[in-house]
Write a protein that binds this ligand. Structure first.
Ligand SMILES: Nc1ncnc2c1ncn2[C@@H]1O[C@H](COP(=O)(O)OP(=O)(O)O)[C@@H](O)[C@H]1O
Ligand SMILES: [Mg+2]
Length: 237
């Protein structure tokens, strides 16, 4: 089976500055792939390229379609949902209103109530807090809301931008556990970008290491976990 997502030779600029220098990677159908890298490596730009939010050179194929150059809303409609960096919570809307916004643009509007129910099953705390304003949630709860909102689109591919940022290890573990459950139970493929290499390598089956806009290493997560250079520079032991 060909991969669900294939990106080849992505290049991106901000003004005159080139920040992606020919980045290539793939996400298998039903798999969890992670792109690891330090601050400024180009992780967010890579996800934004997939979502059509930055102009890129190179090729991106999703489920056989060329999606590079397409508008973000068309990419969303094909089944790619993006939980952005910074979480994007609407602070003055309730949890439930935030989730309903996630379903905007989806075809099957009639099944909204059932989806809210289903997602509360994965994130019970969001169900309990559904009338609470988004801005009053803890950082971990807001991250759960960002993932849950993306799931309201019933995506085939979920893009996660540094869900661990600023959260305690226990909270990160809980969120990653839920992502794994969703991946297994719903068959949603995941592309996770992370600075937290040790957590991300535990979750993902395949990993890429990005340094200043270039993939410098890639392979199965268990191989990267054992690599000496990765251990010294990214895992700290
Ligand atoms: N909107 C922007 N304008 C100019 N430069 C940017 C912008 N966003 C990111 N960059 C630069 O592009 C590079 C990659 O950034 P980014 O993709 O956000 O990295 P990461 O998510 O890995 O931290 C960095 O050098 C960053 O400073
Ligand atoms: Mg980033």
């Amino acid at each position: 089976m060909p991969p669900l997502l294939v990106a080849a030779n992505l290049e991106a600029h901000y003004g005159w500055t080139k920040v992606l220098h020919g980045v290539s990677f793939a996400v298998e159908e039903g798999g969890i792939t992670t792109i690891l890298g330090a601050n400024g490596a180009g992780k967010t730009t890579t996800l934004r390229a997939v979502s059509g939010m930055v102009k890129t050179a190179g090729e991106i194929r999703f489920a056989g379609h060329r999606i590079d150059g397409k508008a973000t809303e068309d990419i969303v409609r094909l089944g790619i949902a993006h939980a952005p960096e910074g979480r994007g919570t609407f602070a003055h809307l309730t949890v439930e209103e935030n989730l309903r916004l996630g379903a905007w643009g989806r075809k099957a509007k009639g099944e909204l109530a059932r989806d809210l129910e289903r997602i509360s099953g994965y994130f019970p705390v969001l169900g309990q807090r559904r009338r609470q304003l988004g801005g009053t949630l803890s950082g971990g709860e807001q991250q759960m809301l960002a993932v849950a909102r993306a799931l309201m689109l019933r995506p085939r591919l979920l893009l996660l931008d540094e869900p661990s940022l600023g959260l305690a290890p226990l909270v990160v573990r809980e969120i990653f556990r839920i992502v794994r459950t969703i991946n297994r139970e719903e068959g949603v493929s995941v592309l996770l970008v992370e600075q937290n290499a040790s957590m991300a390598l535990q979750l993902a089956d395949h990993a890429y290491l990005l340094e200043t806009g270039r993939v410098v290493m890639s392979g199965p997560s268990e191989v990267l976990q054992r690599d000496d250079a990765i251990r010294r520079s990214y895992l700290g032991y």
